[in-house]
Design a binder for this molecule. Sequence first.
Ligand SMILES: Nc1ncnc2c1ncn2[C@@H]1O[C@H](COP(=O)(O)OP(=O)(O)O)[C@@H](O)[C@H]1O
Ligand SMILES: [Mg+2]
Length: 250
Amino acid sequence: MLDVQNVSHWFGDRQVLDQISFAIETKEILVIMGASGGGKTTLLRCINGLIVPTEGDILVDDVSVRKNADSVRQKMGFVFQYAALFDYLNVEENVAFGLRRKPGIKRNSIPETVATMLKLVGLEGAEKLMPSELSGGMRKRVGLARALAMEPSYVLYDEPTSGLDPVTAYSIDRLIVETRDEVGVTSIVVSHDLSSVLRVADKIAFLDGGKLAFFGTPAEFRKERRESIDELVEKARAESFLESAQAERP
Ligand SMILES: Nc1ncnc2c1ncn2[C@@H]1O[C@H](COP(=O)(O)OP(=O)(O)O)[C@@H](O)[C@H]1O
Ligand SMILES: [Mg+2]
């Protein structure tokens, strides 16, 4: 269970999170939405212990991130916005990277784990390819395989479908749901794509200017949709489109 308790965060004198509180159950998929600069990535980094929030705390399976950031971080896998693969390592070396550094892992078990993870994300046969040879969707899959190899209880995805065409984005959505069903992880996904969110989310958290403007199920979200939320959704979608167009430029 993930319990976010009154989290506020400032960068210098700028407040980016304002008294955020919500909780999700184990194996749920939480989607965090909101406009660009709304604090989504910051909240994700607070959840996995990379940032200690200025105020409040987050309990991960009853363990305080504030007090035990290291042990919480070991339960978390992170799939980065632009996949963040090592360009000089091939696919299987990218997936093995964290495993080789994990205490207590038998080295001779690594190839089998890597093969299992690549199969799970539908990348059998791509072992020897270099990141430059991969499509955007394949890069995200390698990022997910690399995170899952560490056997996390929680997987955090920062905009996993940004910059992907709709068909590839749909396949990544499917993969997020399959991963939850097959591996039993709890998933926290930052997304701006409302149709995708309504497909995959068990719970939606909508951030606006650092505040939690909405928290609930997709059904509640549909019912409660106010004009202001619709505007925010549209704004978030447009901004994210521009952002990813810029990021993809050579
Ligand atoms: N490390 C940092 N130092 C200072 N300001 C930051 C830092 N990270 C993010 N910010 C600022 O905090 C705000 C929220 O950022 P972020 O959480 O990345 O938003 P989102 O992911 O919703 O686009 C932005 O105004 C951003 O510029
Ligand atoms: Mg972000």
